[in-house]
Design a protein around this ligand. Structure first.
Ligand code: TXA
Ligand code: MG
Length: 318
């Protein structure tokens, strides 16, 4: 059931979490499907509802950095610096896991992914629940992440007792994941905080995670995928006129060459990458619902948020 995130609804949600149930809630990036991170049975429900493979670990959400000691055994100085600079916000850091976090959360890894979300409803829920909340994106495994409560309801509504509605997500792509499990910190997933911003604070990150052994299945080549085949082009001109009538176009910003298509989803009127990211997943869902033969997405430059946007588009196209 969807409920506007009133104080009363948040209290009910916190109670459900404390009693071992699951709740969907908004964050600044995407909606999450949460359970008490210290309760293995509750966390196992998340995997069942999402049909998520057990090898795909979850992110643990904290109300405040002070709770880090509950989930991680140590915090390297560079990780502490990042958390101070970017929390609350769309940054997840991977640290050595504390014993209080059950193995089901980390898929058996000795590490745990943590973040402090920057959303009033998520923070109110975390405060009221009084426990760290493990939460992946609230979508069936492999599909496009939800950025509204209605997205969650459409796919998981019958299985989730409560969906807190906090409006559309501001960032629209998932958090950036940085691992501190190796001597050099590594970027596991580009996301809402630009790589450039992180490198400005702690220096160069190791790039290109090992996709043969995905420690972040957001890294699996096929993920975030609509059912309609999706292709990426550099410019609308790359689609011949004869193919446009049964092609839906995902267009980052206005382009006079984008005519003759069956349908056009414009992501940003002003050309800002922040708007492109914020509208990306909702547009993909609309296009997927539109019974088009194929979707063609026009690429954006891979700087700043563009890196996360292109990462999601490539996986959607795989
Ligand atoms: O913005 C976000 O991060 C959203 C919101 C709800 O917080 N959450 C999210 O969760 O995107 P999910 O489960 O869809 O993606 C989490 C990613 C997965 O690819 C997972 O493999 C990776 O985080 N991850 C979790 N724990 C990890 C660990 N110990 N080591 C490496 N990667 C990990
Ligand atoms: Mg996900």
């Amino acid at each position: 059931m969807i409920r506007p995130a009133s104080p009363d609804a948040v209290a009910t949600a916190a109670d459900l979490i404390r009693r071992g149930s699951v709740v969907a809630f908004p964050t600044e990036t995407v909606y999450g499907l949460g359970a008490d991170a210290t309760n293995a049975v509750a966390v196992a429900r998340i995997f069942a509802i999402k049909a998520r493979p057990a090898f795909d670990p979850l992110i643990v959400h904290l109300h405040a950095p002070a709770q880090l000691a509950l989930v991680a055994t140590s915090v390297p100085p560079a990780a502490a610096v990042l958390s101070e600079r970017f929390w609350p916000g769309p940054l997840t850091i991977v640290l050595p896991k504390a014993a209080g976090i059950p193995d089901v959360v980390s898929a058996g890894l000795p590490s745990v992914a943590v973040r402090v979300p920057d959303h009033a409803v998520a923070r109110a829920l975390l405060a009221a629940a009084g426990t760290p909340i493990a939460a992946p994106s609230a979508n069936p495994f492999g599909y496009v992440s939800p950025t509204t409560a209605a997205h969650v309801e459409a796919q998981l509504g019958t299985q989730v007792p409560l969906i807190l509605d906090g409006g559309a997500c501001r960032v629209g792509v998932e958090s950036t994941i940085v691992s501190f499990m190796t001597a050099e910190p590594a970027l596991l997933r580009p996301g809402g905080i630009a790589l450039e911003e992180i490198e400005r604070v702690i220096g160069p990150l190791r790039l290109g995670a090992d996709s043969a052994r995905p420690s972040a299945p957001g890294q699996l080549p096929h993920h975030y995928s609509p059912r309609t085949p999706l292709e990426i082009v550099a410019r609308p001109e790359d689609v011949p006129a004869s193919e446009r009538t049964d092609t839906a176009l995902l267009l980052p910003w206005p382009d006079p060459a984008a005519h003759g298509f069956a349908h056009v989803e414009l992501l940003s009127a002003d050309g800002a990458l922040t708007s492109v990211a914020a509208n990306l997943f909702a547009a993909l869902r609309r296009l997927d619902a539109g019974a088009h033969r194929r979707i063609v997405a026009v690429a954006v430059p891979e700087t700043g948020l563009g890196r996360a946007i292109m990462d999601r588009l490539r996986r959607a196209a795989a």
